[in-house]
Design a binder for this molecule. Structure first.
Ligand SMILES: Nc1ncnc2c1ncn2[C@@H]1O[C@H](COP(=O)(O)OP(=O)(O)OP(=O)(O)O)[C@@H](O)[C@H]1O
Length: 495
């Protein structure tokens, strides 16, 4: 019989009897089944005999480091989620444990509320059927599989180049832990799409997705925006306000353009991440933080650290796992598929037939440096469609540089182009004749245009169309328009 996810089987490893008992009682009270060990040897024996949902281990044990258990679990491809308890101030240990595959960590002295929250989060993330005796007779652990929402988020990332395939595999791998992820890549390479796919494939998918552009917030408002503010904390604060950390509780906080954060705010963010507590402006009470942080930057942050513009300790904290997206010019094989999908989207928005993409245009595109990557490609294609005769495309070349294609790139490009579906295969469904359907289609394309022009910020898109956010949400739901952050959590999305 499999343990229900909310009543998990948990192994606690700690050499201090009082702490062991405290953790055990806390977990029993939550309805979990608990086994305890006081050293590595006992823990290994228990792990050999049973499968658990979660293992909680102290870092320092009489016969070695708790890290060894995390490494064992990883090496044996077991399903246990490990939580490591580290001494206060040993940030390095926590980061190393996360890198070694720990699900999460806690710092001593352990706050029991936080302890329960972290365990609950680990239990929620466990693949059903992975623990207890039932699992001993079950088939080998399947690989990580995306849910429907997660799959859709992955599908939005167009491209089958080696880089994109690796990125998708890594998204699935890193999604299951709480370790902070940093997504790097040039502007327009899809960092936000990747970050959202991590959220959509994590056990936090039912929680909010809050995307923040750190570079777009005036410095004086940063603290209140991040941590919230109490009524009267500053002129104009007429009521209590939630910050990003509160809004993202139980979900993912995406900190885009993290390199733009000024140094004083970097210190405050570091403290919030390290201590997992925040204090809203004007409040004398701290609140526990329960968010997973994914950050992104187009800057070279190591360089920024060297130049003294970014705190090394914060970099270290945020960059536990890094995902780097190659620029489009280094993955020319993605170009045909990207053009095809983007052109189909543009055609649908403007209710015109999908134009053909002559191979010469494709080659011309592949020669461009495209510093703005996919976003720039999108804009180029928009202009090309507008300038074209409705059948074939005409490229309005940007002023920025070009590169010469190597023979292998040309081959890859031609191969990828040949594998694309034909125009007939991707032609949109013919429009049904009735007025309401046609009006719906027109409305849909106008909403999509506004959303795309505002990076899917629904508030800004609504304003462009003279609507309020509620009307926008209603129309998007009615016309089944998905946008990053709007599925499942319409109230918690980026805007
Ligand atoms: N692989 C991809 N497949 C489909 N669309 C993509 C891909 N990469 C980027 N895009 C599109 O390009 C645009 C920019 O993507 P996104 O905002 O995720 O990039 P970014 O790297 O976060 O950009 P910035 O650094 O400017 O914040 C979006 O419209 C996105 O849908």
């Amino acid at each position: 019989m499999t343990t229900p996810a909310s009543h998990a089987r948990i192994l606690v490893v700690d050499d201090e009897p009082d702490l062991r008992t405290l953790y055990e009682l806390t977990l029993l009270r939550e309805g979990h089944q608990v086994d305890t060990a006081e050293n590595l040897q006992q823990a290994r024996a228990l792990l050999e005999a049973h499968r658990f949902d979660v293992m909680i281990t102290d870092m320092r044990l009489p016969d070695g480091l708790g890290m060894a258990l995390i490494t064992d679990i990883k090496a044996q491809a077991r399903n246990e989620r490990s939580i490591v308890i580290t001494a206060y101030g040993s940030a390095q240990n926590a980061v190393e444990a996360l890198k070694a595959g720990a699900f999460d960590y806690l710092t001593k002295p352990v706050d029991l509320k936080q302890f329960r929250a972290v365990v609950a989060s680990a239990v929620r993330s466990v693949t059903p059927g992975s623990a207890d005796e039932g699992a001993l007779f079950s088939k080998p652990t399947p690989g990580v599989v995306a849910g429907a929402l997660g799959q859709r988020a992955l599908d939005r990332l167009i491209g089958h180049s080696q880089c994109m395939q690796q990125i998708k595999t890594r998204i699935l791998k890193v999604a299951t832990s709480m370790a902070p992820v940093m997504v790097t890549g040039e502007s327009g390479t899809g960092k936000e799409l990747v970050a959202y796919a991590i959220h959509a494939n994590s056990h936090r998918v039912k929680g909010p997705w809050v995307a923040v552009n750190c570079g777009a917030i005036p410095e004086t408002l940063l603290e209140a925006e991040f941590f919230g503010a109490r009524k009267g904390a500053y002129t104009g604060a007429t009521q209590d306000r939630e910050g990003f950390f509160q809004a993202a509780r139980g979900g993912t906080l995406f900190l885009d353009e993290i390199g733009d954060l000024p140094l004083p705010m970097q210190s405050k963010l570091l403290r919030a991440i390290q201590e997992r507590r925040i204090r809203p402006l004007g409040s004398n009470q701290e609140e526990a933080v329960d968010v997973r942080i994914v950050s992104a930057t187009h800057r070279n942050l190591s360089q920024e650290v060297q130049n003294g513009n970014f705190r090394q300790d914060l970099f270290f904290r945020l960059n536990v796992i890094d995902l780097t997206i190659a620029p489009l010019r280094e993955r020319a094989q993605d170009l045909p598929e990207l053009c095809q999908v983007l052109l189909a989207r543009i055609a649908q928005e403007s209710d015109t037939p999908v134009p053909t993409l002559p191979v010469e245009v494709l080659q011309e595109l592949a020669c461009l440096t495209l510093p703005g990557n996919v976003r720039e490609l999108e804009n180029l294609l928009y202009r090309a469609v507008a300038l074209g005769d409705g059948q074939s495309l005409q490229l309005d070349r940007p002023v920025q540089g070009t590169t010469t294609l190597s023979d292998s790139t040309l081959d890859a490009l031609e191969f990828a182009a040949a594998a694309l579906p034909t125009r007939e295969q991707i032609a949109p469904e013919p429009v049904a004749g009735d007025l309401q359907t046609q009006l719906d289609q027109l409305e849909r394309s106008l909403l999509l245009q506004a959303l795309r022009a505002t990076q899917f910020n629904r508030t800004a898109a609504a304003a462009r169309l003279g609507l309020n956010l509620r009307q926008m949400r209603y129309r998007m739901a009615r016309l089944k328009i998905d946008a990053p952050g709007t599925e499942d959590n319409p109230d918690d999305a980026a805007d």
